[in-house]
Design a protein around this ligand. Structure first.
Ligand code: ADP
Length: 268
């Protein structure tokens, strides 16, 4: 018995395939692009291939993320807020607060011990403080987005970046570079400014001693460090941080599939 979760994000589309024991046996990831249905189909096929199964062996699929209603193989849809909470509590059972920084928005989520959402707030009006902001900073520096976190950790001098606006950060960075400031110090300032913004969102839902960081930006070690320093909390992240929404969706899908199988058994 297999179940899948497909998270169609504004930037990247992710898929997780679970077996009946809730073990992850396949993952798929690609840029979302303009064709949402194609992206969802491709990550699903990729994850099934990695799991070593045929796509028809997956009994139930749940779509999540902004493009969830266009998931090609989806049986149902659940919001990414519920899915991130479900996935985070599954991987880190003591988690009650979640910070999800994705391509174009940031969410602070509060959950109970069952992974059910108790409260949340989000910044989705503009890209300030999101993955898009970090991508803009990387672009100005002529670096890949995966390089800026490690570079920021080399910083030796504290430097304040006042702008969190994606449009204006470019000129602020160029200005700092023009004044001879070091690239790693500027980048550390960029990461600190996002951590500060994220901490304000987190305070609105309430902070607990254990925080789980999800979304693609959790793959950035500079952001992990900045959030840890700012919140002074234990910050969990895993290899699957970017897959957390897809994992939560797959867990919901598996529950539905198992419930369906039990119903059939009772009837027969
Ligand atoms: P969404 O669901 O909104 O599409 P994701 O949670 O998938 O967003 O995260 C996408 C973001 O993660 C992008 O802004 C991307 O730059 C960032 N990202 C992905 N991989 C890495 C990495 N290795 N290092 C740093 N940032 C990354």
């Amino acid at each position: 018995m297999y179940a899948a979760g497909i998270d169609v994000g504004s930037t990247q589309t992710k898929c997780i395939v679970l077996d009946e024991n809730r073990n992850i046996c396949g993952r798929g990831l690609r840029m979302t692009g303009a064709d949402v249905m194609k992206a969802s189909r491709q990550v699903f096929e990729q994850a099934c291939e990695l799991a070593g199964i045929e796509t028809h062996e997956v009994g139930y699929t749940i779509g999540t993320g902004y493009g969830r209603f266009r998931v090609a193989t989806g049986d149902d849809q659940i919001t990414e807020i519920s899915c991130h909470a479900k996935g985070a509590v599954h991987l880190f059972p003591k988690t009650r607060t979640i910070l999800d920084i994705g391509g174009q928005d940031t969410k602070a989520i509060r959950t109970n011990e069952r992974g059910e959402v108790v409260d949340f707030c989000m910044n989705d009006k503009c890209a300030a403080g999101t993955g898009r902001f970090l991508a803009a900073a990387a672009e100005v520096m002529g670096m890949d987005v995966s390089e800026i976190g490690p570079a920021s950790l080399q910083s030796t001098q504290k430097l304040k970046i006042t702008n969190v606006c994606t449009v204006f950060v470019e000129s602020e960075i160029l200005n700092q570079l023009g004044r001879g400031k070091k690239r790693e110090d500027i980048l550390a300032g960029v990461h600190r400014s996002i951590a500060g913004r994220s901490a304000s969102l987190l305070r609105r839902v309430g902070l607990d001693e254990e925080l789980t960081f999800t979304g693609g930006v959790a793959k950035n070690p500079g952001m992990l460090d900045a959030v840890r320093t700012r919140t002074k909390l234990q910050v969990n992240a895993s290899e699957d941080s970017q897959f957390m929404g897809a994992l939560g969706a797959a867990l919901f899908a598996l529950e539905r599939e198992l419930a369906g199988a039990n119903r059939q058994e009772v009837q027969s």
